[in-house]
Write a protein that binds this ligand. Structure first.
Ligand code: GAL
Length: 428
């Protein structure tokens, strides 16, 4: 069934034939309230995400501690630092922006104590500076913070999708992050719930990018095991990332950079223009939590997200960013690998501690030599293994200044947990 779905998805005509298998006995599960036919057709608007979305999101650094002054300050810092011009164009306000209860007509409201100017004003502020405006919501009764008990109320969009989509559109929202975050639900039921919001967004007439997280707390890990093309423009494949190298989790909260890369290796075939795998937001420059990434790990994080054609959504505080982090986030040659118009993800050619990955580009091939081990290593491949025609190739080191040519071997000395990111183009 999954194979059939993937084929249909390629044609951007998705017919969900198993949507009748909704969860039962879970009154708060949005999927249990829907008729199966609601999950049928209507692809997500494909023109919106021809390249992986790029932006900034409040969650990784601020969690629920957000207000309009902070968000505006971050937007200004994105402009000042060159991040906006490097491509980080959506500013996404994650969980906890709303009043815990809806108003008398059932509308969502921004919390007036933290967003006194209101969400439309925040949208205007962002639009005036060249940003898209993103907001977070959930299909079930509660958002993830409400589910976890760290924020009061129950404001999820379940059964109010049309009303909420109209509200978002009226505020000038350009990107909805829609997060399952509920400890139950069959993949088909989750699909039906997401399709309902997809259609509600489309009905507003406003182009709104739709990034979903079907993964969190759902038995069976449908972010990892299911294809969501036709439903959304991007879909989380893994549980929440933390600024740490590894937690040893395969797909449980929290995950380190190394852990996410391992899960992602099996999913790379899904990425294509209009639909992207989302291995979660960037932890570059995020301090606190269970640890911090070393410079080598930070470059691996950015390199591999570029190779995956993943959304690049910074999670740091750009108002207090180090120059080293700014350079990593704005490294033009690396962002170009991520944004390449061909829109293909890398595939892993060699697994284990010394990995080789290749990503076809419109004009060449990106190669990542990724050292998963705790020791520096020489990692090598060659044109044959990379699937390239024999000949002479120009090689560029995308994190350094190195340039050379090769007619066979491609190798680099790579620090522990580091990645050499190379670009090969035919010609001398
Ligand atoms: C999680 C999600 C995070 C963040 C959080 C908000 O489920 O994975 O990225 O959005 O909810 O509560």
């Amino acid at each position: 069934m999954r194979r059939v779905r993937a084929l249909l998805c390629l044609a951007l005509v998705l017919v969900v034939v198993d949507a009748g298998l909704v969860a039962s006995g879970q009154p708060e599960d949005a999927s249990a309230r829907r008729h199966p036919s609601e999950a049928q057709p209507g692809p997500a608007q494909p023109a919106l995400a021809q390249r992986p979305p790029m932006g900034w999101n409040s969650w990784n650094t601020f969690g629920c501690d957000i207000d309009e002054r902070k968000i505006r300050g971050v937007a200004d810092a994105l402009v000042r630092s060159g991040m906006r011009d490097a491509g980080y164009r959506y500013v996404v306000v994650d969980d906890c922006w709303y009043v815990p209860e809806r108003d008398a007509t059932g509308d969502l409201r921004a919390d007036p104590s933290r967003f006194p100017s209101g969400m439309a004003a925040l949208g205007n502020y962002l639009h005036a500076r060249g940003f898209g405006f993103g907001l977070y919501m959930s299909p079930n009764a509660r958002t993830c913070a409400q589910q976890a008990g760290t924020y009061p109320g129950a404001t999820g969009s379940g059964d109010r999708e049309r009303q909420d989509a109209r509200t978002f559109a009226s505020w000038g929202v350009d990107y909805l992050k829609y997060d399952w975050c509920f400890g139950a639900g069959s993949p088909a039921g989750v699909r039906a719930a997401f399709a309902t919001m997809r259609d509600a967004l489309a009905a507003t007439g406003r182009p709104i990018l739709f990034g979903i997280n079907p993964n969190s707390n759902v038995p069976g890990e449908p972010g990892e095991t299911e294809e969501w093309c036709g439903i959304a423009h991007s879909s989380r494949t893994t549980e929440d990332i933390a600024p740490v190298w590894t937690t040893g989790h395969r797909n449980a909260h929290p995950m380190g950079v190394r852990d996410v890369i391992e899960v992602s290796a099996d999913l790379t075939g899904r990425a294509r223009p209009g639909y992207w795998n989302d291995p979660d937001m960037l932890e570059v420059g995020v301090r606190g939590g269970p640890g911090a990434l070393t410079p080598a790990e930070t470059r691996t994080h950015m390199s591999m997200w570029a190779m995956f054609a993943a959304p690049l959504v910074a999670g740091n505080d750009p108002r207090a960013m180090t120059e080293a982090d700014r350079r990593v986030l704005t490294r033009r040659e690396v962002v170009e690998v991520n944004q390449d118009p061909l829109g293909r993800s890398a595939t892993r050619l060699v697994s284990g501690d010394h990995q080789v990955w290749a990503k076809p580009l419109r004009d060449g091939t990106a190669v990542a030599l990724y050292n998963r081990s705790d020791q520096p290593a020489e990692i090598g491949t060659d044109l044959g293994q990379l699937g390239l025609e024999p000949g002479t190739y120009r090689v560029r080191d995308l994190w350094g200044e190195g340039r050379w040519t090769t007619e066979g071997a491609v190798a680099a000395r790579v620090p522990a947990h580091g990645t050499a990111l190379l670009r090969l183009e035919p010609g001398a």
